[in-house]
Structure formats: structure tokens, C-alpha cells
Design a protein around this ligand. Structure first.
Ligand code: PAF
Length: 291
């Protein structure tokens, strides 16, 4: 496995490659990332090139967020990537990635980027889209693999690729979970033992919301009104708050634009997704379940 930390070195290493798959990461890798690497390999085959990028992108962290303490575990990450047959790690430092202040940035559509995660973390998706666009132009991959755990991120990346007609395919990979259902995340490492024991409750509460919508939509089910759905969402928020969490949202939205479903959409079979974000102490966890 080759490691490149400059744009020029990376481009030279990839010159003439016909099938390049990119897995963008901020490092501190876990089994969820490694599943993306495996999916990338499955797509490009043995002759293709699987590239993982490791770059903690300052632009997508807000003031007071965890940029400084975000775990940098480069040697361990490389060992894991090597085990999973990654061909090349692109690990630029900040001067390489942003040799001058990044004054040209990608501003995603606020209709999607300013709700949910965007409402809680203003500017996060501009920073994310900017670095992903930059990684795409540097690596020029034929496909890039993203996890469904960061659902809104995945949607924004797909839209950016469509709107800028970028010549690559975005491949989505299912969320990888711990045995107790907790979605894998680099930030799970921030959980202390008590928080770790409590953490799967968010998925449990989210699943309760999903089950209620599914049974209302099932043949013979009692249809659910928008007001009743809002009450169920509030109950889910209250249930977590009563356990000591600070929820940002637990909500059911349309898959296509993450807006609230109309009554007809709720009654029909419009694809929906339940999304949750909440703090347990300081660590903040995200999850989602498609309906
Ligand atoms: O999901 C992440 O780890 C980051 O948002 C990404 C896509 C690597 C961009 O910094």
C-alpha cells in the first residue's frame, strides 16, 4: 500500500488508472469505514485502484466543535487499510489541501443544507462539500463510496455530483452497527462506559417511531395523521430527554428531500426516513432508519 501526502504525488501514482474508487475519511477508522473500502474493492475489482483519503477537514467544524481533539490515529488507520487491501492512502496536511485560504467554496442548496444537521451545525455542509469537491478534483475517482449513516451528507454529495455533472458514481453503503445496534462512528470513542451502555437507546427509540409509521401504513393499519406523527416525534424526543439525553431532532422525513411528508405521502408508500441526532453528555450521536 502506497501513502501519498502531496497532490502531485497522488496524481503521478494514479496516472493512467482506469478504475479508481475513493473512500473519503477523516481517519480514526472503524469497521464501518473498512466496509466502505471492501465495497470499493468489490466495485473496481482486483485490477482497480482503491484510494482512501485521510484528512481532518477544519472547514466542516464549527467554532467550539471537536476539530482539535478529533482523534488522529494515522499509523493504526494505515495498518487497517493495508489489511483490507487498500492500494493507496492520500493523507495531505492542511498546507497541501489548503495552501491558501479556501476562499472559493461550494455552497450547497440551503433547502437541504440548512435543515437538521445544517440547522444544528451552520456551515458544516459548506465545509464538507468544499473538501469533497476538492478531493474529487484531486483524485478524479470513477466512483466514491459513502456511508448511509451520514444520510444528509450522502444526499448533498449526490446532488453536488449531479448539479456539477461530475464524472463519477456515488455508491452508498449501509450503516455498520455494533452487536447492540449502535451505529459505528469515529465519535463513539468519546463515550465513557456509562454513555456507551446507554448509546443504543437512541436507535431503540428511533425504531419505535419507525415501527409506529410502518404499522400505520401496513394493510389494515390505522392511518396516522401529521399531527399524530408530530406527537410521536415529540414523545421520542421526550423519551430520550427523560433518560438524560439532549436531543436535537428525532423526526420522520421524505427520503427525497428530507422535508416533512404531506398527509397523502404519509398515507401512501412515499419512501420516508427517520433521523435522529442527540447528545449524551458531550458526545453527539446520529442515526437513521429508512421506512
Ligand atoms: O464523513 C466524513 O468523514 C467527512 O465528512 C468526509 C466525507 C470525509 C469529508 O471530510
Amino acid at each position: 500500500m502506497r501513502v501519498e501526502d502531496t497532490v502531485a504525488g497522488l496524481r503521478a501514482a494514479l496516472a493512467g488508472r482506469r478504475a479508481v474508487a475513493l473512500v473519503p475519511t477523516m481517519g480514526n477508522l472503524h469497521a464501518g469505514h473498512l466496509a466502505l473500502v471492501d465495497a470499493a474493492r468489490a466495485r473496481v475489482g482486483a485490477d482497480g485502484m482503491v484510494v482512501a483519503s485521510i484528512f481532518v477537514n477544519r472547514l466542516q467544524f464549527g467554532a467550539g466543535e471537536d476539530f482539535d481533539k478529533y482523534p488522529r490515529t494515522f499509523e493504526r488507520d494505515c495498518a487497517l487499510l493495508r489489511e483490507h487491501g487498500c492500494d493507496l492512502v492520500f493523507a495531505p496536511d492542511e498546507r497541501q489541501m489548503y495552501p491558501e485560504p479556501q476562499t472559493f467554496q461550494v455552497t450547497p442548496d440551503p433547502a437541504l443544507a440548512s435543515i437538521l444537521e445544517g440547522a444544528v451545525r451552520p456551515g458544516h455542509f459548506t465545509g464538507m462539500c468544499t473538501v469533497v469537491m476538492k478531493l474529487f478534483t484531486i483524485v478524479a475517482p470513477h466512483l466514491a463510496v459513502f456511508g448511509r449513516k451520514d444520510y444528509q451528507q450522502l444526499m448533498l454529495v449526490r446532488r453536488m455530483v449531479d448539479q456539477f455533472a461530475l464524472p463519477l458514481e456515488i455508491v452508498a453503503h449501509d450503516t455498520v452497527r455494533e452487536a447492540d445496534g449502535l451505529a459505528m462512528s469515529s465519535r463513539n470513542g468519546y463515550l465513557d462506559a456509562a454513555q456507551r451502555a446507554e448509546a443504543p437507546q437512541m436507535q431503540r427509540v428511533l425504531r419505535g417511531l419507525v415501527d409506529a409509521v410502518r404499522s400505520a401504513r401496513a394493510p389494515g393499519g390505522t392511518p396516522i395523521t401529521r399531527d399524530a406523527l408530530a406527537a410521536l416525534e415529540q414523545q421520542a424526543v421526550d423519551a430520550l430527554a427523560a433518560r438524560g439525553w439532549t436531543p436535537d431532532y428525532l423526526t420522520v422525513r421524505r427520503q427525497r428531500d428530507l422535508l416533512a411528508p404531506t398527509q397523502a405521502e404519509l398515507d401512501g408508500d412515499t419512501p420516508l426516513v427517520a433521523l435522529a441526532a442527540a447528545r449524551i453528555g458531550t458526545p453527539r450521536l446520529l442515526d437513521n432508519i429508512e421506512i
